[in-house]
Every structure is written in structure tokens, then in C-alpha cells.
Design a protein around this ligand. Structure first.
Ligand SMILES: Nc1ncnc2c1ncn2[C@@H]1O[C@H](COP(=O)(O)OP(=O)(O)OP(=O)(O)O)[C@@H](O)[C@H]1O
Ligand SMILES: [Mn+2]
Length: 270
């Protein structure tokens, strides 16, 4: 008859690697000393200074999402391979890792979230800042009311050529960047207004109030989404920009690249 060690031990026996999600320093040290297995640290920051680290763009409260995106990042960085059996250790209830999940890495499960950050024209930090801003805006709304917003990030020259102003551009002569505290306040204030924000590769706010006029041909946007999402999605096919869209009607934040929806997150989950 099996004991508990045997049954639970199956979770990590003969795995190809261990993914530690945001471990404490002492927890990581214990793993670093084990020779027979590859240890990969996954998190929003490499707090333990791990040799092999995969950065998560967001903290992902949902554990399944956290593991899925961690594995996708690890595949992307080629620190694991398609088909690898992995022990994924993460926190759910406690301040320390309390859960192990055995997962087989599958390249087919690719969502594109790492392309969004790592393979965009815009700098990864800029995409990350805008995504965080959209999530925050979705969580809080504007004075308690849900708001929608559309951010077009990267390849700004081309985006400007495929759009027109709806009103005067409050960012015309300014040199402000996403991530600046003051800008976040300004953007939230302006998000009540129509049109899109255009942001450069380096994060400069080029314009607000842009009406996008991309060709929507060949764009595959899920049914039920309206003009804001269609315009945002379509411009990413016509240009090398990514679009980050906060929906006023369902409250979700979506990201588009290459004319396709590649990420959908619920701000309430962060
Ligand atoms: N081509 C466009 N370029 C820029 N902004 C647009 C464009 N089309 C629509 N919008 C903006 O999106 C807002 C909402 O439009 P609409 O309801 O059709 O979009 P939606 O995709 O359903 O978004 P939501 O889920 O937020 O309602 C408009 O008021 C306008 O500010
Ligand atoms: Mn709508």
C-alpha cells in the first residue's frame, strides 16, 4: 500500500524542471542546492536573484493563469521545452509556497502574451505600464462609474497617419511619458473623452482624442465587441502597434496585436 509520500510524491517525481513562483529567499536557496533538477524562478521581479528567471508581466491572482503564463514565458525564453513535465510551486493561501501542480508544457497553448511584451516595437516596460494603467482604470473607474479607454502603443508615426484628431491634442507640445505619476492622473482624467491615446515606442504620449481609421479587412475580432475594439484591433494589423482596450460595457481589458486578440484580463482579478 502507498503512503502519503508516494502518492503526493508522484506530483514531482521525474519532472524535467521545477518552476518556483515568487519564492522567498530561503525557500529558493533550498532548491538551488538540489543538483538533479533545473530550477526556474517565475515572478514579476527576480527578488531572489535566481540564475534562471522568467518575468511575469502581471502578478496573476488566478493560479491557473499564473502557471499558464509562467510556462509560456519559460518556453519563450527556451529554458524549458515543449512536452516537459514540470512541478509548478506557488502560493495560494499562505505567505510561503504551499501548492505544487504538475503540468506538461505545451507549445500549442501559446497565447501570445510574451510576444506582446518581448516582441513588440514598443519597449516592454511601456506596454507593461499601459496595461497596468488600463487594469487600474478598470478597477476604479472614473469617479465610481465604469470607463472605457483605448491605448495604441508603438509605431506612433504610422498610427498618426491612419487616424485623425477629434479635438485639440492636449499632449501636443508636451514631453510626458507613461509611467510618470502625473501622466497617470492626466490619462485617467482624459479617458472620459472620445477616441484613442497614441503612445510612442519609448512611452511618450503623442496624442489623445485620435479617431482611428484603419482598414478592418481581414481583422478577426470576437463578435459582440464594438467599434472601439474593432478600431483598436484593426490598427494593429495595419501597423506594428499593440492596442490595449478597456471596455466600458464589460469592464475587461483586452490586448490586440497583428489584428488578433491575444490577451483578455479581468481587472477585478488583480
Ligand atoms: N475608430 C475609432 N477610433 C477611436 N475611438 C473610437 C473609434 N470607434 C469608437 N471609438 C471610441 O469607443 C467608444 C465606444 O464605442 P463602442 O461602444 O462602439 O465600442 P465598444 O467596442 O463597444 O467599446 P465598449 O465595450 O467600451 O462599449 C466611442 O465613444 C469612442 O470614444
Ligand atoms: Mn459599446
Amino acid at each position: 500500500m502507498d503512503g502519503l509520500d508516494d502518492v503526493f510524491g508522484d506530483l514531482f517525481s521525474s519532472v524535467d524542471g521545477v518552476l518556483l513562483f515568487s519564492p522567498s529567499g530561503s525557500y529558493y536557496e533550498r532548491f538551488a542546492a538540489i543538483e538533479e533538477v533545473d530550477v526556474i524562478v517565475v515572478g514579476t521581479e527576480n527578488e531572489v536573484g535566481a540564475e534562471t528567471f522568467v518575468e511575469l508581466p502581471l502578478a496573476f491572482d488566478d493560479v491557473a493563469d499564473r502557471i499558464k503564463f509562467g510556462i509560456e514565458g519559460a518556453l519563450e525564453q527556451e529554458v524549458i521545452e515543449d512536452g516537459d513535465e514540470l512541478a509548478c510551486a506557488t502560493r495560494i493561501f499562505a505567505d510561503e509556497i504551499d501548492t505544487v501542480s504538475r503540468v506538461r508544457a505545451s507549445a500549442d497553448a501559446h497565447t501570445g502574451i510574451y510576444d506582446l511584451f518581448a516582441k513588440s516595437r514598443a519597449e516592454p516596460d511601456v506596454v507593461k505600464s499601459v496595461l497596468e494603467l488600463a487594469v487600474e482604470l478598470g478597477k476604479k473607474g472614473q469617479k465610481g462609474k465604469p470607463v472605457g479607454a483605448l491605448f495604441i502603443v508603438g509605431d506612433a508615426g504610422k498610427v498618426m497617419n491612419k487616424s485623425r484628431p477629434l479635438s485639440y491634442n492636449p499632449f501636443e507640445k508636451s514631453h510626458v511619458h507613461v509611467g510618470d505619476q502625473i501622466v497617470n492622473v492626466m490619462l485617467k482624467e482624459f479617458s472620459r473623452l472620445d477616441g484613442a491615446f497614441v503612445i510612442s515606442d519609448a512611452g511618450k504620449i503623442v496624442s489623445a482624442y485620435r479617431y482611428l481609421e484603419p482598414s478592418a479587412e481581414g481583422v478577426d475580432i470576437p463578435k459582440g465587441l464594438g467599434a472601439r475594439h474593432m478600431a483598436g484591433g484593426a490598427i494593429t494589423r495595419d501597423t506594428n502597434a499593440v492596442a490595449i482596450v478597456l471596455s466600458e460595457s464589460d469592464g475587461l481589458v483586452r490586448a490586440f496585436k497583428g489584428g488578433e486578440l491575444i490577451l483578455e484580463v479581468d481587472p477585478e482579478a488583480y
